[in-house]
Write a protein that binds this ligand. Structure first.
Ligand SMILES: N[C@@H](CCC(=O)N[C@@H](CSS)C(=O)NCC(=O)O)C(=O)O
Length: 301
């Protein structure tokens, strides 16, 4: 929009309420109003980028990918300048989809990162290491699993200028971590915090008290506007924010005692693929298992 057209548009929006002000005051009001509108547009752009579009001026390329079978979200993050990229929580059946996307976007996949040892699907880490040679699998040291790189709280994973701080958020499993991108105000919470929910605590060293304390101290203390991206959603939602979860999460807004009571009575059936997923994910998705056993597990999954 040319400046004159923009100003005329702003004048029309401002309407008659400023007609009695002096020309200078009216100009100041319009400029101010226009600045606010323009600023809002910029904020909107940031929000849109964070929902999955490639931002041209943020330095971050971001994609949220979905697995319909396990309702798992996989996230692709890359530095638009250096083209270095990482994947968070890929799923083995969709490793080829992810590898193709990375190739199409001409990215250099550096890390395949897991928020924890998943119980409901096999991670795509091992398969991606085969499809995109040179990438490095990542898991937390506390998970007790095997990976090329084991991270600890306070570590920072970098792809170009994109940085993820590792925060310990145990309770769903002992080794669960949350990755925080402070520059873009986003956090990847794995199963520790789901949208309007949280990870179950009834297996894999799960502990409701530990989960409650971890989520409150490591995630809900982030700034209100930070966007939170979980590893799953079962209702079709894609993203939430610290503010929304602090205000509306039906489990985590309760007291610790009430939370423990809720979690101990969820009565959820075990994940369908738990028996094949856990052994495979402890070695980051088959790559270090003998080929015949890997093929057998993959077939069963
Ligand atoms: N039906 C699914 C498993 C669903 C499930 O148990 N989800 C987990 C995260 S994956 S281990 C969970 O923590 N859910 C919490 C909740 O409140 O739903 C399957 O069979 O795979």
């Amino acid at each position: 929009m040319a400046t004159t057209v923009r100003l005329l548009w702003a004048v029309r929006r401002v309407g008659t309420c400023y007609q009695s002000a002096s020309p200078a005051a009216t100009r100041a009001i319009i400029t101010n109003r226009y600045y606010n509108l323009y600023h809002l547009r910029e904020l909107n752009t940031t929000t849109i980028m964070a929902s999955g579009f490639v931002g041209s001026n943020s330095g971050l390329l971001f994609r949220q990918l979905f697995d319909r079978d396990s309702c798992t979200y996989t996230y692709l993050l890359a530095d638009t300048a250096t083209k270095e990229a990482l994947l968070i929580d890929p799923v083995i059946e969709l490793a080829q989809r992810d590898a193709t996307l990375i190739k199409q976007l001409k990215l250099n996949l550096k890390y395949v990162v897991n928020t924890h040892v998943h119980a409901d699907h096999i991670t795509g880490s091992g398969m991606l290491k085969k499809l995109v040679p040179g990438c490095v699998s990542v898991l937390s040291e506390a998970s007790g699993g095997d990976a090329d790189l084991k991270v600890n709280p306070g570590d920072v994973i970098k792809v170009g200028a994109v940085e993820l701080e590792v925060r310990a958020t145990p309770g769903h499993t002992a080794g669960c971590v949350t990755f925080v991108d402070h520059a873009h105000g986003m956090a990847f919470t794995g199963d520790a915090l789901l949208i309007g929910g949280c990870g179950r605590t009834d297996f894999q060293e799960g502990n409701p008290e530990t989960l409650y304390k971890a989520v409150h101290s490591q995630i809900l203390t982030l700034p209100d506007q930070y966007l939170l991206y979980p590893a799953h959603d079962y209702q079709g939602l894609t993203v939430t924010s610290v503010k929304e979860e602090k205000e509306n999460n039906p489990r985590l807004t309760k007291s610790l005692t009430e939370f423990v009571e809720i979690m101990n009575n969820l009565g959820l059936p075990y994940p369908r693929k738990i028996d094949v997923s856990l052994p495979a994910n402890k070695v980051c998705g088959l790559y270090s298992l003998p080929d015949d056993l890997a093929a057998e597990l993959q077939k069963a999954s």
